[in-house]
Write a protein that binds this ligand. Structure first.
Ligand code: ZN
Length: 303
């Protein structure tokens, strides 16, 4: 059994709903629990001619979160259109940030080793984006309903370095991150209301190796214990796969991963983003956060 010969290599992406009264690019309410499609307007319904206007409060909260995680605020960040087709995404693209995020760098301390050394998980980047709507599959037999109240709600995505080596460390990282965000008061961090969602990228390697293996992505998890269980299940699956591939190496050129087996999660092959195309957003292009304004966010919070 190869499980003993391998360890998991995990990077996590946490999507965090910011605590704003209104959406990222329009004045619609972000209240949870409103009747379907009540909190909508031409902008978040993507009607022709509607133009987005950036919510400065969202930028302030995103900047505060980044400073709290020790990130560097980039003087200029750029919004981009992430194009993909999905019924609950009326524009056909999500406004996000791609190659120039709001902030980069940073770390989260999750504990200490037996010898007293810090266990730190690096933060690669923190970027701003809007949420999509919600598809409801269990309301009407044979049909899917769409609720766009969430469409355009402001999120930050916090992307970790692939520094996590166990499901327990993944849980510790997520719980620590949640505490920090709660302390910073940038989000209500309610898992039940979907304010925090986690995607996990996992591959396996023999300890000591430096070349990353083929990763899979487990998406849309809204409980930390689900993340831990998903990582354990995926470790088992990838180890078994490596065993079988090693046995059949001469005859095998392609490895196909199975379809969803873990609740709402789905499995993607590495490089599966080929169905998305990213372009600069024509209207929401650049956001400049001056050193003075990011320092004023820090000063406000420290006072
Ligand atoms: Zn709206």
């Amino acid at each position: 059994m190869s499980r003993e010969r391998y360890e998991m290599v995990v990077g996590l992406e946490m999507h965090v709903q910011l605590k704003t009264r209104t959406k990222a690019f329009c004045g619609c309410s972000t209240d949870f629990g409103a009747p379907p499609n009540v909190n909508t307007c031409p902008t978040c319904l993507a009607l022709p001619g509607a133009l987005p206007v950036l919510n400065e409060r969202a930028v302030e909260l995103g900047t505060r979160a980044a400073l709290g995680l020790g990130c560097t605020i980039n003087p200029t960040s750029v919004f981009a259109r992430k194009n993909y087709f999905y019924p609950d995404l009326p524009k056909g693209y999500q406004i996000s940030q791609f190659d120039q995020p709001l902030a980069s760098g940073g770390s989260v301390l999750i504990g200490r080793t037996e010898k007293g050394a810090d266990i730190k998980i690096g933060i690669t980047r923190l970027h701003m984006e809007e949420d999509a709507g919600k598809s409801i599959h269990d309301r009407y037999p044979g049909a899917t309903a769409i609720d766009l109240n969430r469409a355009g709600v402001p999120l930050i995505e916090i992307v970790s370095e692939p520094d996590i080596r166990s499901s327990a460390d993944a849980g510790a990282y997520l719980r620590t991150l949640k505490q920090i965000l709660q302390y910073l008061d940038v989000s209500d961090v309610s898992m039940e209301e979907g304010s925090l969602r986690v995607d996990a990228n996992i591959s396996v390697w023999p300890p000591g190796q430096t070349k990353l293996g083929t990763k899979t992505e487990v998406k849309y998890m809204n409980s930390f214990s689900a993340v831990e269980r998903a990582l354990e299940a995926e470790l088992e699956r990838q180890c078994a796969l490596i065993d079988s591939v090693e046995q059949k190496r001469e005859a095998t050129t392609t490895v196909i991963f199975p379809s969803p087996i873990f609740g709402r999660c789905c499995w993607n092959r590495s490089g599966s983003t080929t169905h998305t195309r990213i372009f600069p957003s024509s209207r929401m292009r650049e956001k400049r956060v001056s050193l003075r304004s990011s320092e004023s966010h820090r000063a406000k919070w420290n006072s």
